[in-house]
Design a binder for this molecule. Sequence first.
Ligand SMILES: C[S@@+](CC[C@H](N)C(=O)[O-])C[C@H]1O[C@@H](n2cnc3c(N)ncnc32)[C@H](O)[C@@H]1O
Length: 455
Amino acid sequence: MTGMRRRSELDASPPVHRGMKDTLDKSVFRKTLPVLAARVPSPKAGLFLKSEALRRSIINLPKIRSVVPDPSDSKDTRLVLFRVSENADLPPEAQDFLREQSADILRYNLDLNYDYWTADEILHSVLPEELCEGAPSGFAITGHIAHVNLNDEYLPYKHVIGQVILDKNKAVRTVVNKLNSIDTKFRFFKMELLAGEPDYVVEHHESDCRFIFDFTKVYWNSRLHTEHDRLVQLFKPEDVVADVFAGVGPFAIPAAKKGCAVVANDLNPDSYLYLKKNIELNHVSTVVRAYCEDGREFIKAAVPRALNEPFPPYKNPKENKSRNRHKSSSNVPVPVPAPELPPRKRISHFVMNLPDTAIEFLDAFRGIMSDSANEEGTRDLSGIYDVMPMVHCHCFTRELEPDKAEKDIRARVQHRLGYTFTGSDEVSLHLVRSVAPNKDMYCISFRLPREVAFA
Ligand SMILES: C[S@@+](CC[C@H](N)C(=O)[O-])C[C@H]1O[C@@H](n2cnc3c(N)ncnc32)[C@H](O)[C@@H]1O
């Protein structure tokens, strides 16, 4: 810069202490910033703050008040803080204003410590310079657990990173690093504790429901929230839903809260345990039945089970309320009650969220409605199943172009069903999310072909 005087800006960045690894020494994060201040009569502080002449000079640091009590203990005066430390650094209009007001100008020390700086700022001052860009101050949160997925180069600093995340986020009690190995059978992540309490049983809220589970023993992914919502919105309150790979209930419980009757299954005994807990916790035990079976057996048993042990009919809570309201006011005619609905014995939807292998379970649908599959082969299901169930099957594909992805998924589904979809079949594909640069997750929804179910 030539000819112009450069105003010295306050440097409120934390002191640099690179290379801290195993423990975070918070005491080294201290800084005293000397700033200029004007001592003003308390009632006049507002006038100073609003003054156009001081607009560019009043302090503007995050979390720092621009008016503070006077350290001289005078009750009648306050200090207005400026963003410079030297009188000469104030712009001329500010100096004129302060002179006109005969303000007393003094130095004031702002003491900053570890609590002042953000997680990002602290990490930037402790990590080696080359790791600062892309420093993992972001994390996903499940209940009280924050989880990061650290790249190898950050591993030597994992405990410091964990401690900073813990300190800077009030809702977090435990910080873990998700390791890259996933349990191949039950899909839960292996994880290591970085900071905080070794308490992995969380209470997580999604879609107005409460879920309790042990994050080290069952599958949970908050990124699937939209997908859970999307399918639940497709269900009608009077539907019966069969959730083949239910986990701890993120489809089953919101569906039940909506009114659906649900049979929910998971082979992982821990998922089953927490599924049952969550059913209780969300007061939906009259409409959700839990099972701990292999998905294939569950699919085969679902149709006869619903038939032999039907669910009570759906009751619209609004109708009940309006009837009660009329009952209590005697002069209003009571509305004619809605006709009693029949018990629910027809499954309307199958949900299959086990994207790695769900397609391989589709052959279990072959013959599920055939004579031999239901009790002693005596019932003709074609009447009850005048409308066939929808199957929502999640899967992965490495084909990233939508047309190719659709072709790949349809081919695998058709092969497993032993059936080729025709133009009149109801089939749709939904891109759920991209899980890796070369891998997308989809949900294929199709109406179960009669030829398959009655095969
Ligand atoms: C990807 S998770 C989905 C859980 C839940 N539906 C959700 O959306 O979060 C798949 C679930 O399938 C369960 N699972 C794995 N193999 C199974 C099998 N053969 N039969 C039934 N459940 C199985 C796992 O324990 C896991 O909870």
